[in-house]
Design a protein around this ligand. Sequence first.
Ligand code: PXP
Length: 260
Amino acid sequence: MTHDQPVNRDGRPLRLRLGVNVDHVATVRNARGGLHPDPVRAALLAAASGADGITAHLREDRRHISDDDIQRLMGELEIPLNLEMAATSEMVTIALRHRPHAVCLVPEKRQERTTEGGLDVAGGHNHLTPVVRTLCDAGIRVSLFIEAEQHQLEAAAAMGAPVVELHTGSYCEAAPGPQRDRLLARLQRAAAAAARLGLECHAGHGLGFDTVKPIAAIAELMELNIGHFLVGEAIFVGFAEAIQHMRVLMDEARSQVSAP
Ligand code: PXP
């Protein structure tokens, strides 16, 4: 089956982009309330180590990334910034002020430890539509973070969002075996459906060295966003080496893939 996905000259899908999420560099910094380690310095190191973009989630409670971090990321980065945020008027104002390359809209609950599920695009239509439109009109590439479900994909396409990011959290948390395989198959089906609907498809959440390759091998995916594992692995091997190794695993998985 062919979709309108861009391909290289040899017919393979374009290189899978790696967005490095620096939120948890800020988590460590904020544990002591000082300036070290600086997520902007980490973002510059990530760019020098093979990241194609930087992702940062400005949460309503500012528990990790701060407004000043976003300001400095916009000023200092030479690769695209993907600003993750809730679809609130406060966050829309901030996004319009900074105009990052991309905004990924995510659900946000105050008590959660991390983004627990995807957006209910199908159910939240009235709330999300004007936010997507406002950000798109400002020239920002908008993605919706969703579960790998057909009705969410259809709602995202109907809303006019150009990009979806599939939540890989439950696939990563499942023990290797039939359950993980089922969740992988669901992600594969969703990525193919996204392409058929004309949506650019990304994926992320919870990915590590053990889980990335089957995801990177999904031909319709254009970008993975990975953070917590890389920041944790940096303790053992350094941030640059962790990113470079992730890049190698992604490229290895991609080299086996033919165009969708
Ligand atoms: N993509 C989205 C939409 C996210 O909310 C997150 C977590 O902030 C990630 C990717 C990265 O997840 P992790 O830090 O588990 O790699």
